[in-house]
Write a protein that binds this ligand. Structure first.
Ligand SMILES: *Cc1c(COP(=O)(O)O)cnc(C)c1O
Length: 386
């Protein structure tokens, strides 16, 4: 049924027996910088590479401050703390996301509330968010309370799904009227812009991930973006065990976290940032070729939404129904082409079935139809990294 698609993907990744969904492109100065880092002996939290990496990311995204962490999940956890989310609070997010978004909320002891996404952007729907807030909450003394649970809703975490920017300005407008902080989960969207502004720089805080499957990688890593100086200082402080900097004693003024990115990872990150524009260009070209091919097959290839520039982190098609999706998945995977469905919706995971939710029809519709396609920019490779 999907022989032509299989042939097309194989031709894009010539000579590979197994085609992964996304593998890193470790080129340029990767080995040089990692070697340099090893030779300096400052492989951990001291040394210049972490600051250098932070500066490169801040410059690229145009965020005023960037604070590097051990991974994106830790960055999300800290960002929620920095936004003032406490145990017993509630946080709104989308059901169509990677589990880390919701786990970070749980680490604090806060509860998630799931609001639907849009079919066009795959991101949080500003209209459905507003409808929920209008009908289910009251604002008292500048705080937003959930009428059902009586608890305070502190923040909203929209996610830029697969690198496609959500309608972040409209989400911000709604959140402002209800006194809610916005933390953007931009883990998948380095290189994605909404109206020429980088994703992750609209809200009070934004988070990127540099896991091995993301657009660029530091092995494992994440970063917090913010334009607020006090928050940036606190982010660095909390990520380094809240150790007071002006003392040589071990004075820790609050319960901090060992979340700082090690220099060894940042060294790789510096080399990857140098390659970013090249990687993004190659990804865009691949997306264009996919778009053209699937158009000829009358299969819906997902394109960047209006007003936005996507990094095309993971290319995606939308099939007619769940049967077609599963057929595409089984035919391609039996040929060692590692296509994947979207994540299980968060409200369908046993750990989150009891969470409050709005009408989630779009998330369900998309989850039943979308398939992610191999999206690495590596064409020739000696060994496949799993
Ligand atoms: C990758 C990812 C994260 C987590 O990042 P890690 O660096 O793997 O901890 C969070 N949210 C989303 C949406 C992601 O895709």
């Amino acid at each position: 049924m999907f022989e032509d698609s299989i042939a097309f993907i194989k031709s894009e990744y010539q000579g590979k027996d197994s085609i992964p969904l996304h593998e890193p492109f470790l080129s340029g100065n990767a080995k040089n910088y990692v070697n340099e880092c090893i030779e300096s002996s400052h492989v951990s939290s001291v040394g210049s590479f972490v600051n250098r990496f932070e500066n490169m990311v801040a410059k690229y995204t145009n965020a005023t401050y960037a604070i590097a962490t051990i991974n994106g999940t830790a960055a999300l956890h800290l960002a929620l703390i920095l936004a003032g989310v406490n145990k017993g609070d509630e946080v709104i997010t989308q059901p169509l996301t990677y589990v880390a978004t919701v786990n970070a909320i749980s680490y604090i002891g806060a509860q998630p509330i799931f609001i639907d996404v849009e079919k066009t952007t795959l991101g949080l729907s500003p209209e459905k968010l507003e409808h929920f807030l209008k009908t289910q909450t009251t604002v008292k003394n500048g705080c937003c309370f959930n009428k059902t649970t009586g608890k305070q809703i502190k923040a909203v975490v929209p996610m830029h799904t697969l690198g496609f920017p959500s309608r972040i300005n409209d989400i911000l407008d709604v959140c402002q009227s209800y006194q809610l902080k916005v933390i953007e989960d931009a883990a998948e969207s380095l290189g994605s812009f909404y109206k020429d502004q980088h994703t992750g720089t609209f809200g009070l805080l934004g988070v990127l991930s540099f896991n091995g499957n993301k657009t660029i990688t530091t092995g494992g890593g994440g970063i917090i973006l913010t334009n607020d100086k006090a928050i940036a200082l606190k982010a660095k402080h909390l990520s380094t065990n809240a150790k007071k900097e002006d003392s040589w004693g071990y004075v820790h003024d609050s319960i901090g976290y060992n979340y700082r990115m090690p220099a060894l990872n940042a060294a790789l990150g510096c080399a990857q940032m140098e390659e970013l524009n090249n990687i993004l260009l190659q990804k865009r070209r691949l997306a264009q070729r996919y778009a053209q091919f699937f158009k000829s097959k009358s299969i819906d290839f997902i394109k960047e939404p209006k007003d936005s520039h996507s990094n095309y982190w993971l290319n995606a098609i939308c099939l007619e129904n769940i049967e077609q999706r599963d057929l595409f998945l089984s035919e391609t995977n039996s040929e060692n082409i590692k296509t994947r469905p979207l994540w299980q919706l968060m409200n369908h995971l046993d750990i989150y079935t009891t969470a409050q939710q709005g009408n989630l029809e779009n998330a369900i519709w998309l989850q039943e139809r979308i398939v992610n396609l191999p999206s690495s920019v590596v064409n020739v490779k000696n060994e496949a990294a799993e």
